[in-house]
Design a protein around this ligand. Sequence first.
Ligand code: SF4
Length: 402
Amino acid sequence: MTASDPSLTTEITSHTSTPSERSQPAEVRELGSFATSHASHDHPLPSAPRTARDWGIEVDRVLISNPRGFCAGVEMAIKALVWMLRLCGPPVYCYHEIVHNKKVVEAFEKAGVVFVDDVSEVPEGAPLMLSAHGSAPEVVAEAERRGGFVIDAVCPLVTKVHHEARLRAKKDYEIIYIGHAGHDEAVGTLAVAPEAMHLVETRQDLDSLQLRSDRAGVALLAQTTLSHFDWQEILEEARTRFEDLWLPAREDLCYATTNRQRALIELARRCDAILVVGSANSSNTNALVRVAKAAGCQDTYRIDGADDIRPQFLQNARTVGLTAGASCPESLVEEVVDFLAPTQGATELRVIDEDEYFPLPPKLREALAERFGTLPDDRTRTAADALAELEDLEAPRASNGR
Ligand code: SF4
């Protein structure tokens, strides 16, 4: 199966979700089958199985969740970094992994992006991109101070949480932030108002909280990519403890996280096993695994790609569900379908249609308009298109011996 397979594109309908629709019960429609092609599956090890059938495992059917994979924030960030490479040439520096996906990061590294965890590692004046997860204010300031062309590819939905944190802290609130310690997004958000923010990861963490009694109120904010179950559990407990609890008008869990989780719940009811494609450091991918298990499918496994599938994942699995985290390219999903080689084909289970689009950062748009005389059309160009361009960008670098 390839990205240009017509069975992928013909299934797109004109229905799109709005925020109000997203809170309605999901409409579930099973659509036409994917074609599978096993000839192109190319395993690195000669002895590695080409398909699950080589293990004597026969999968009847694969159900693929829709929506899955790249969200609007990831689309924007990947396209932005490819534009940076085209505008500035390699090396381009990037603070933190642009998105949490091993294959995407490796593709950028090959094309000349240098990922750093400290902006002090970036040479003065070098082009620098800040990742989609959002950066601490002091990191942004230091990046600017270094004097290069700096683009902040933070997702606007993370910026919204930063804004809420800044505003509530200014209004003298204590802020409970639900997130994962050490995750790039959580680190960046907590740094916005460190004096007012308290990280909690579990409901039990609320026990040890020490909030000021003279506060104006208690705000509850969250990392955008959490499992809805985890967030809800802490929210309910916080409501019982704090009469002065304040919540944002629109919850912090982002549309992509929520939509992928809702679609997966529908999938979990229909499958014997579920594979979630995405990297180990991807918060929303890990959340998907927890959601599928909570929805009743205990045989749910995270994989980076087809090479990670193990025979025991598929024992007694006639129908296998498949989804992907918000930073996972569709090509990895296609490889998994090819590997599973379902005898009755692969079917997409469409729950919600998405049409969110986030424009490139304003400073990058200005630079592009200046370089090309007009702003190139970004809406119709996908992140997959941009990633495909990376291979062309590698060639001149290699010939320059850089
Ligand atoms: S998962 Fe949500 S918050 Fe994160 S980049 Fe995608 S749209 Fe933005």
